[in-house]
Design a protein around this ligand. Structure first.
Ligand code: SF4
Length: 314
């Protein structure tokens, strides 16, 4: 944050967030041999899976946090997703993230509506299909979108202390590993604070959430912690999902066990993705996503599961 901003008296939520981010006096240092062994095990497994991808005639398998959850969920839905259409509610998330990214580098008083208006203009100018949708949205869609995006930016400013540049805040940072080969693990963190220094784990990775907490949110953050570890060689010290609607964070210390669990889940997802490329029939696995799945009317296991749920709810 710029020095031009006036000193602030923090509200209780901002104080709590600051407390969550605080470093303990004892430095967090991971055993470099253990990290090197985790890295080389993961690299070997990915090399092996990469050979199978090439043998199956595919060029690249690209895995993000969303695609990991998708392939570990219902494989049929993973391979046959619903066609995607932008709506004001969906676009509001992307616009708000872009506005928060601008806020991190903004000098002077950050006014949420100004940040959102700037974010919309920049997304229209950037390549990508959200820009086309934003450029052509109706006035009513724009009003709904701006309202929802401003709400998120306001909640962010109410929940986080002003991001002093000494915190080393970075918004929307891309992560990718390995650097080459047919398998790409990729992600983009909403906000990071701090960086690894002198062998010490100092970075905190934060995902900003609206709505409620889902079990896979922590898995998503562990995946980012794993990518950061592969990229830098030093893990982050914490990951946190910050739930803007309630002004609360769910925080987890990064440990070698959480990194191993992330590596295991990532390889499980990759293994399934590669099997599907090799021609295995996708499994239909009924779950919460059956409720909005476009195949639910003709999918036997999905229909049976939905009927069971409806009976249970009555
Ligand atoms: S209805 Fe459920 S089980 Fe069937 S394809 Fe969709 S998500 Fe999978």
């Amino acid at each position: 944050m710029s020095d031009e901003r006036a000193p602030t008296v923090l509200n209780p939520t901002q104080e709590r967030t600051l407390e969550m981010l605080r470093r303990f006096p004892t430095p967090v240092v991971f055993d470099p041999d253990v990290i090197a062994s985790l890295t080389s095990d993961l690299a070997d497994a990915i090399d092996h899976l990469g050979e199978r991808v090439l043998a199956a005639g595919d060029e690249t398998v690209w895995l993000s946090k969303a695609r990991i959850s998708s392939v570990l969920g219902c494989e049929y839905h993973h391979l046959n997703p619903a066609p995607f259409d932008w709506t004001p509610a969906l676009a509001a998330g992307t616009v708000a993230h872009r506005a928060i990214e601008l806020l991190v580098g903004w000098r002077g008083e950050p006014i949420p509506a100004t940040l959102v208006a700037e974010a919309i203009e920049r997304l229209i100018d950037a390549p990508g299909n959200i820009g086309d949708w934003l450029a052509q949205m109706t006035e009513a869609d724009r009003a709904d979108l701006v309202n929802a995006a401003v709400d998120r930016v306001v909640k962010f400013t109410e929940s986080f202390p002003p991001l002093d540049k000494r915190f080393i805040p970075v918004a929307e940072s891309s992560l990718r590993w390995p650097e080459s080969g047919p398998i790409v693990l990729a992600g983009k963190t909403d906000l990071t604070l701090g960086r690894a220094e002198n062998g010490e784990a100092r970075k905190v990775i934060i995902d900003l959430k609206t709505g409620g907490m889902w079990p896979n949110h922590l898995d998503d953050l562990r995946f980012y912690a794993l990518l950061e570890t592969m990229r830098v060689g030093i893990p982050p010290r914490k990951v946190a999902g910050f739930y803007l609607d309630v002004g609360r964070a769910v925080v987890e210390d990064v440990t070698i066990d959480t990194l191993r669990s992330a590596a295991h889940r990532t390889l499980d997802a990759l293994g399934r993705a590669v099997e599907l490329i090799e021609g295995r029939e996708p499994e239909r696995r009924p779950q919460a996503s059956c409720r909005w799945c476009p195949h639910s009317t003709e999918c036997e296991p999905g229909t049976a599961w939905l009927a069971e749920q409806a009976e249970r709810d009555d």
